[in-house]
Design a protein around this ligand. Sequence first.
Ligand code: ARG
Length: 466
Amino acid sequence: MALWAGRFSKEVDETVNAFNSSIAFDARMYAHDIQGSIAHATMLGDCGVIDKAESETIIKGLKGILADLQSGALEFDPNAEDIHMFVEAELTKRLGSTGKRLHTARSRNDQVALDIRLYLRDEIDEIAQLVHKLCTALCDMAEQHTDTILPGYTHLQRAQPVTFAHHLLAYAQMLRRDLLRLRDAKERMNECPLGCGALAGTTYPIDRWQTAKLLEFDRPVENSLDGVSDRDFCVELCCALSLIMTHLSRFSEEIILWCSWEFKFIELDDAYATGSSIMPQKKNPDVTELIRGKTGRVNGDLMTLLSMLKGLPLAYNKDMQEDKEAIFDAVDNVKLCVKTFIPMLTTMRVRKENMRKAAAKGFINATDCADYLVKKGMPFRDAYKITGTLVAKCIEQELTLETLPLEAYKEMTDLFAEDVYDAISLERCVEGRSSYGGPSPKAVADQLDGIRYELEQLCWWDWPAE
Ligand code: ARG
């Protein structure tokens, strides 16, 4: 018999019940649901809305349910409408009419808005710790490769020399911003909707500040309609998750390219690659491809949330039940991807010599050749043009700027001298790019110091509660 049976003369149709039920996917919030109920019952007792002794009985009952669910002694009823109804029905089964007092001055609408926040707050911390770990792994790896020259690309064409460390730290910066986004999302969702009731608050003398404090929120949500209506915090988190995936996906794409025979910049550890069922020579980067693929899925979750919300009048509408599968899917997949990505990255073999070889081809020192002339007084545009002509000459004669004879240089302008070869050596080109944020070993060492310092500040889950 449903809890609302008083108003109805028939049982709900079986198909509708199954259609309506969310317990299959919201059962995972059971601990948070019980945590919220304990805070609510405490406050009801303290404010004299229910008898203090009954409040204590309810709390004990809720703790018993939590323990039994954790031990497996109690199983979820798949026919329950949702986790909230399940816990309440179980409480009433155990306590009789005292259990029926828990839902005083509360609605499932503020209850569910609370549970998702409590649940996601914990998930954010877990995801942030993983992203932090990945970011640290990138820094550690970068430290080993401040001298490893790598061609930098634009349009996937070799462009200018960088170092592997510089490249890795570019991703570390993206992930650092992802951490900031997670922190912001958590901060903004940290308002307590409990006490908003169904939509219009309550006539009981409740203390919303007390429940907010008990549940470690910064404050109660200020407007009761807003508290039960919006899921912007799910959207915001999902945006941050989409960006984490986007960053991982771009990195994955590069790893896929890098381990191809065409690049051979890295080799994946056997434990993080797979073979082919038919081609014996294959070693495939499945992990990175799957991450690239799952990025689309998390983006889809974001669209699900946005589309679900966009036409909803205030306040609660059942459409909002769809928020959970989307945000849970995004959370689960991001955790899975980051967890797998870290060991794959740290175990891969870096083929420095191939990076160096690739850097030696493709005229990535052409800009430096032009800059050489500029330093001798020539306007950049003229220097650019002369260097372009030299590059064309090299291509025609199958030479590089390093192997082109000095006479060929001098034919273009007398400003060229023997020291041009030193100026265009790859090591010199990288070393010279010492502007703030650049790839020179010194500039990269500064970047490493900077990001390590910032990462230290970004472990909010270690901060003691005030
Ligand atoms: N299972 C519902 C959800 O996830 C809980 C809230 C139901 N409230 C209601 N008035 N039907 O949104």
